[in-house]
Design a protein around this ligand. Sequence first.
Ligand code: ADP
Ligand code: MG
Length: 316
Amino acid sequence: MHEFNLIQKYFTWNKPPSGVGVAVGDDAAVLNLSSNKQLVTSIDTFISGVHFPINTPPHAIEHKSLAVNLSDIAAMGATPKWFTLALTLPEIDSHWLQAFSKGLKQLAENYDCFLVGGDTTRGPLSISIQVMGDVDKGQSLLRSGAKIGDKIYVTGTLGDAAVGLQLIEYENNEFDQLSNQLFCEQRLNYPTPRVNEGVLIKHFASSCIDVSDGLLQDLSHILESSNVGATIDTSSLPLSNSLKSIEKEKAINYALTGGDDYELLFTVDPANESQFLMAINSDESYRCIGFITSNSGEVVDENDLLLKSVGYNHFD
Ligand code: ADP
Ligand code: MG
């Protein structure tokens, strides 16, 4: 199949939304920007054998490479709108391409994000996706806005994906008591980008980041950017039923340090908290896990024991 036919068949999607002037098929995409908005954009690359095992099915690759980009846009409080796809393929495998493009389209449609362009080359399998979104001028959620006394919140549950990675990649057999292994594996391969949550919390949050490298690691980015510290109540970390089925201390360690959760971690000024709680309507998938302190760069637990500080990690 010629490259042109491949693009036409798999990556030229119908019904571009109204903000798209020119989509796939010309030398570049043309996108309409509203004057009261700012463009928010993020890119990530996934290389076979590096970021996912060689035999990962196309639906897992396509889901994760779009989802992690959507998660970055969500962490800015922005709304995803368009994306481009740079695809490097070792060969033209129409079954693979069919499954890949179908799944990609489905996930993109769920978040009203439209494929507007890309590039296709031959080589070892690699996928780069760049998502573009918009946000009202000056309203994006930054890492640098946390203030002393702010409450620390997180969406969803933590540590599931890290357990999933242990199960899949390392065939770790220390999880005999773990209930629902499949759940953890799905959390690793099919992260849910918290796009709706990002848009909702934007009105109340003072800072935000998505948890890709582990709670303590990503929290420390907020702390460094905001020049503050934090106290985390480890007994209030949100754990899935699956993680609750393993030894408590182990589960808490995974929740604090496990990567790939793609949940949102954000801070709320106590003055905005009651309005925030009203807006989320007692939704239990948002959990308060601690508060911001003046101990710059340091994270302690509920007993004031050091969990992490710049250059020191209790879990290393
Ligand atoms: P050029 O040689 O001018 O760079 P290409 O042949 O690379 O043009 O691309 C032609 C059109 O197809 C462009 O609109 C480009 O954005 C789009 N395109 C190429 N590859 C992809 C892809 N994998 N996904 C989406 N659009 C693609
Ligand atoms: Mg090109």
